[in-house]
Design a protein around this ligand. Structure first.
Ligand code: 5GP
Ligand code: MG
Length: 187
């Protein structure tokens, strides 16, 4: 997924410099990933815990391809960057479900530094599930070492700031059905 396509659907052509992953590529890969999850030993029928807000579109597509009963719950987490200080994580919604002795699959939009997922895994661990797996839509290839890797990822991408398919810039672009890269002047 290293190639940026310059043809951007007309409504977005002034705002995006390109498309990184098309709607068709997403549909194909998400189906494939659901099969991978379904055939993974010991995953069982996991409780799916999705991180709000960015994962909502990936979650919706992924669980509709999983042909077994799956409870779904949400954790809200936001990272706020304040000047030059490292991002501060704030939990905006707690889990409602009891996950004690359950197999858990955490679903997020994108793994960048890994800070978010690492913190969420710690919080979930404190609730005594029997196992925890992580599944992200995108994993960014970074030069610096990640503190955590996802057990499952739909795509690995270069270190671009991406929008669409649930992911935002200043609250917008979540509704794009593909993954795009903003024009430089927007960021
Ligand atoms: P991390 O804690 O792994 O550095 O970043 C995780 C969160 O930052 C993601 O869940 C996502 O919400 C946000 N994020 C990281 N990279 C991007 C990006 O390229 N685009 C968007 N829209 N959000 C990102
Ligand atoms: Mg997120």
């Amino acid at each position: 997924m290293d190639q940026i396509r310059r043809e951007v659907p007309p409504p977005w052509s002034h705002r995006l410099q390109g498309v990184l992953i098309t709607e068709r590529e997403i549909r194909f890969r998400v189906k494939q990933l659901a099969v991978e999850l379904g055939t993974t030993a010991n995953l069982g029928n996991p409780v799916v815990i999705a991180l709000l807000n960015g994962s909502f579109m990936f979650l919706a597509d992924l669980i509709r391809e999983m042909p077994f009963e799956i409870p779904v719950d949400f954790i809200g987490v936001s990272s706020y960057r304040d000047g030059k200080k490292p991002a501060r994580l704030v939990f905006t919604k707690a889990l409602d479900m009891d996950i004690k002795n359950k197999d858990v699959l955490i679903v997020d939009d994108i793994l960048d530094s890994g800070q978010t997922l690492q913190k969420v895994v710690q919080v979930i661990e404190g609730l005594s599930p029997s196992s925890i797996r992580t599944c992200v839509f995108l994993e960014k290839k970074r030069t610096r070492a990640l503190t955590i890797h996802a057990d499952f990822a739909a795509f690995c991408i270069p270190d671009y700031f991406v929008v669409g398919y649930g992911m935002d810039f200043a609250g917008n672009y979540r509704n794009l059905p593909f993954v795009g890269i903003l024009n430089d002047e927007q960021v």
